[in-house]
Structure formats: structure tokens, C-alpha cells
Design a protein around this ligand. Sequence first.
Ligand code: 2HA
Ligand code: ZN
Length: 271
Amino acid sequence: MKDILTAPFVEEMKETTANMYHWGWDERNGGNISYMLHENEVAEYLDLNHVIRTIPTGFDATDLIGKLFIVTGTGKYFKNVKRDPVNNLGIIRIAQDGTTAELLWGYEDGGKFTSELPAHLMTHMSRRKVNPENRVVMHCHPTHTLAMNFVHELDEAKFTHTLWQMCTECIVVFPDGVGILPWMLCGNNTIGEATAEKMKDFRVVIWALHGIYGVGKDLDEAFGLIETVEKAAQIYMLTCNRPQINTIQNHQLQELAEAFGVNYRKDFLNF
Ligand code: 2HA
Ligand code: ZN
């Protein structure tokens, strides 16, 4: 059996959480990631029959029975994952009852998965219906996106349109736009269900005045999506107090979308 600390998926989690921390997206215990792993890739490092302990998830994830995930721990700091992966990360499998997680590795100090696991697993279920390749759900608190929540109308069409106008590549990276949920209490099934519902239409969902959810087929894709939204929000925040002399026009956004062959939200362009 190979050493799990050398597994590419552990390395990727370490690198991604460190990057997110250094960008200022994950202060203290802010943020969480879940990354679906293939059974054969994990079997090289762990005995899949050895369950360390079981942890109730508090909801039914029948669609994900038998699926494996590497997940950041509740109360844990992204800052510390790289130095101490075995206490800050865990690998779980959704048990046959659909409501229990079987711990296969990690959370060694007795911890457990993120309190946002309902939102993550419900999002995985929802996104995999749209794209079976989806494996990553990422949540964080990117500074400028959050700042923009306080000064920009929280209307999905208007918010997306403003972001599209901030960087030429935005409409190509997120042609499907940005979904927005109103402020809600986090860490429960209600916000999980609402997030998963939005994820039927969007790959990026803002939790108003809290943070963002992004998804992707791998960590790079989810990270890149959030990074692009955050870059656009930063440019908005740098320019919104000044007279705007230039802007990317609607016909130019349309030209971009057509040139790159992306299926964009036309109702977000002309409203
Ligand atoms: O895990 O970001 O939304 C801490 C959070 C909760
Ligand atoms: Zn959060």
C-alpha cells in the first residue's frame, strides 16, 4: 500500500487550500472543499474495508451511496492543511443507508467533516445530474466578491452583467452566470437544498453577504471559476467610485460569446 500523504489528491488539496488561504479567501476556519475520489485511486493508498468510525451526516444522500470524498474538517483552518493534512482533512464514504459517513482516513484528532457537508453533498447530487464529470464543490469568502455584495444590487442578471463587463474573459469562463441566494443561516439542510436548487442552473452561487460556492470537474476548474469571479469583483470595487469612461459593450460581450462558442445567458445580457 502506498503512503497516502504522497497521493496526488492529498497533494492537490494541500496546494489548493494554501492558495485559497494566501488569496485571503479563507480566514480562520472559513471555507470548505469536498472532492469526489475514484475508488480505484484511493484503493492504492487505503484499505477500503477498514472503516475507522462512522459519522451521521444528518440527511439523506442516497444518490451518493458508496461514493468517496476528501473533505476539509469542521472548525479547521485552511492555513494549516498543508502542514497537518491528517488532522485537517478526512476521506469519507457515504454508507449504504445514505445518511452515514464512513471515515476511512483523517480527522485524526477526533474531528469531522465541514458543517457545510449538506450543502456540498446536495450540490454534488444536483450538479452530477447536469454534468456527471463534476467532482468538486468549493466554498470560500473571497474579499472583493463579498465587498461587492454590499454595494451592488443582488439581482442575478444585473450582478452577472456587471461582472461580465469587468474582464473580457468573464463571459467565456462563466457564460451561465452567477446565481445568488439571499442571506440565510448557514450550516444546515435548508441552505443546502437552496444551494443545490440554484446549482441546477449555475456553477457559481453567491451566498449573499457570506461567500461563494463554485464547482468543477477538478480542483483547478472550481478554483479558476471562483478566481475569475473574484478578479472581476476586484476590478468593480476598484472602479465603482470613479466616473466610468469606458466599458465592454453588450454587442462586444455577444461577439466574445459567439467567437468562443459558449452558451451564455442571453436574458442576462439584454434586460
Ligand atoms: O466552514 O465558511 O460557511 C466555515 C464556513 C461556513
Ligand atoms: Zn462560509
